[in-house]
Design a protein around this ligand. Structure first.
Ligand SMILES: Nc1ncnc2c1ncn2[C@@H]1O[C@H](COP(=O)(O)OP(=O)(O)OP(=O)(O)O)[C@@H](O)[C@H]1O
Ligand SMILES: [Mg+2]
Length: 252
């Protein structure tokens, strides 16, 4: 049984179908990569999963639950986290502050208990801090924990965006172009981290990527989109040799 499934998803902007009858399923523990030329509909798919965009047709299932009508803020509570193609961090806050905010969705406390700082609120605050420190260690961010985001190099910011998603303790992680803008060395490190997120943390990953050598190194399976439609799906080796995929990229 799939951990995650989209069935016949169609998204239209005016006359343009950004996604056209897209269906696929992902097993628990997979690294599943979505490739495709610019404008293929990749980020639109993430925006549908995060419930930012409303599909005109189709359904989404997570752990066998239909989440097509789930409110956006409840998606993260179910265990789905994402990073954005254009980083969405608080520029004038530190790394630590950004990560503590990422954890916010898990607060079970209410306003009153926070105002009076009851034992249960204190316990939760302590748990968030532990999780955040764990992620800071995991992604080697110790050195930057008290630095403002706007003072950080791009590669480190991307890492903070990834860290923020991990702080919500996701079961499914959506990464929109994690390697874009990174140096070769940073991309190599990212590959190791993504593999570690899969194997050590047991998190299932859907990744949108353009860097095909990176894609082939880390992906278990690949789905190729073009003009909102599925062009091909399969193992990296199969996609590499797929004529339709080669054709789509040559036109770019
Ligand atoms: N909010 C929106 N309003 C109108 N059109 C949109 C909107 N979001 C996406 N689109 C259109 O949908 C199509 C798919 O866009 P999308 O951002 O999903 O592409 P992508 O595959 O992520 O491309 P890239 O590789 O450039 O990030 C494009 O034609 C885009 O212009
Ligand atoms: Mg995109």
């Amino acid at each position: 049984m799939s951990l995650f499934e989209v069935k016949n998803i169609t998204v239209a902007f005016g006359g343009v179908k950004a996604l056209n009858d897209v269906s696929f399923g992902i097993d628990k523990g997979e690294i599943f990569t979505i490739i495709g030329p610019n404008g293929a509909g990749k980020s639109t798919l993430f925006n549908v999963i995060s419930r930012i965009y409303e599909p005109s047709k189709g359904e989404i299932y997570f752990e066998n639950q239909n989440i097509s009508k789930t409110k956006p803020h409840n998606i993260s509570k179910l265990g789905i986290a994402r990073t954005f193609q254009n980083l969405e961090l608080f520029e004038n806050a530190t790394v630590l502050q950004n990560l503590l905010l990422g954890r916010h969705i898990y607060k079970k406390t209410n306003i009153l208990s926070e105002v009076f700082f009851t034992p249960s609120a204190r316990k939760q605050e302590h748990e968030y801090r532990l999780k955040v420190e764990e992620v800071i260690d995991f992604l080697d961010l110790q050195h930057y924990r008290d630095t403002l985001i706007n003072g950080l190099p791009y590669g480190v910011r991307k890492n903070v965006e990834l860290a923020r998603a991990l702080c919500t303790d996701p079961k499914l992680l959506l990464l929109d172009e994690p390697s874009s803008g990174l140096t070769n060395e940073e991309t190599i490190d990212l590959g190791f981290w993504i593999k570690d997120i899969q194997s050590l943390l047991g998190i299932t990953i859907i990744m949108i990527e353009h860097d095909m050598s990176f894609v082939n190194k880390v992906s278990d399976r690949i789905l190729a989109l073009n003009y909102g439609k599925i062009l091909a799906s399969g193992l990296p080796e199969e996609i590499k040799n797929n004529e339709d995929v080669k054709q789509a990229y040559m036109g770019e």
